[in-house]
Design a protein around this ligand. Structure first.
Ligand code: FES
Length: 83
């Protein structure tokens, strides 16, 4: 099932990324970074957060990207802001 329609990310891809012992995906932003894409509309964020929470059960404490969560990123830059 596709969870993120903007980036065409399935639940299988998400679970594989979360459960990969060589990565640490503790936040939605880390998941997007791991998958090499960026959040766009943000509609998938609640589902992705739930999958991360369920899979990690609170033990994922390290996130190499260490970015803010999808909430701010999904909004994009403010109008007129340089990227
Ligand atoms: S559905 Fe995931 S960013 Fe839009």
């Amino acid at each position: 099932m596709i969870i993120c329609s903007c980036n065409v990310i399935s639940d299988h891809v998400v679970r594989r990324a979360i459960e990969d012992p060589d990565t640490s995906v503790a936040r939605v932003s880390c998941l997007f970074g791991h998958l090499g894409c960026h959040p766009q509309c943000g509609r998938c964020a609640p589902t992705l957060r739930r999958l991360i929470r369920e899979s990690t059960a609170g033990d994922a404490t390290h996130c190499p990207a260490a970015l803010d969560d999808i909430g701010d990123e999904a909004q994009g830059p403010p109008p007129g802001a340089a990227e």
